[in-house]
Design a binder for this molecule. Sequence first.
Ligand code: KG4
Ligand code: ZN
Length: 331
Amino acid sequence: MYTLGIESSCDETSVSILKNKQVLSCKTFSSLSLHKKYGGIIPEIASRRHLKVIDVVFAEAFRAAGIQLNEIEAIAVTQGPGLIGSLLIGVSFAKSLAYTLNIPLLGVNHLHAHLFSPFLNKKTIDFPFLGLVVSGGHTQLYMVEDFDQLEVLGRTTDDAAGEALDKVGRLYGLGFPAGPVIDKLYDSKTVDEKLFRRKKNNSLNFSFSGIKTKATYLHRELKNSGRLTEEEKVRILSSFQYGVVEALVRNTAKAVEKYHIQNVVVGGGVSANSLLRTQLCSLAKEKGSKMLISELRFCTDNAAGIAGLGGYLFKKGYKSSLDIMPDVNLV
Ligand code: KG4
Ligand code: ZN
């Protein structure tokens, strides 16, 4: 079965064509460079870009997949969460196509698609599994009985992990988004493990605002006293990344123990982080768990996960109405 996926929830305009779970093409245009000077995503710029490039990305995805439009059997699109103006472009495009081609439309939850991305191509793991979504906007831990039966076990009570890395990194002069830059400059030898360690508790929720504030105060203190050297920056940002990763891994470990579930699936932009990937693999070894993490190219926002999840749900009998609207509140 050929499925077309469309993703436009934030700054990536992405179109992908799948043959079952096999990715034939995934073309993504990111408007990130246009937002960099503002230090964050500007919604109006993002939606204007989606509008400008979506048909080009769509044509490129078909060219790369080597199939014709009339071979597509279902269309999946990100329904939410995300930026309303951005979502609207993808949803409207998908609805028009589904109507014109007279084929089924599936509105897909972007966060659940981050958990489907690790299943693309030949990879798989059994249900039930614990699902960790770590992105720029969300940090959620799910119990996944199936892709139509997900329960949120824990979520961030303030910033998302990616958001915290981006904000702290920007403050220390790394630009936007800082997550991948901190990943690259990370130096394990400089890490102060206690600097950004949170107190242990039983909750599966996450909170990053406390350590973010600590990093902000440290920045002010070092800057005012003229001690904000490059070495100090590396030490603080490496320690900060260590603290964020430790919190993510710790809650995942707690959930494994609490629910006696050994299968863990991880997706979202921050799952590209080298330290997080290493620490999760160590956790899997220690607990005897199975860990399925997105391939690097499918960690950040992409339409392949959307197409995959849409195709999966379609095979389970789901189909959306052509009346669907973007829903920014999906969890
Ligand atoms: O999933 P995503 O593309 O968009 C959202 O749905 O939010 O995630 C983007 C986030 C950004 O915060 C970015 O800094 C972070 O993922 N990110 C990383 C890495 N690559 C992307 N964070 C840490 N290490 C990375 N290698
Ligand atoms: Zn995302």
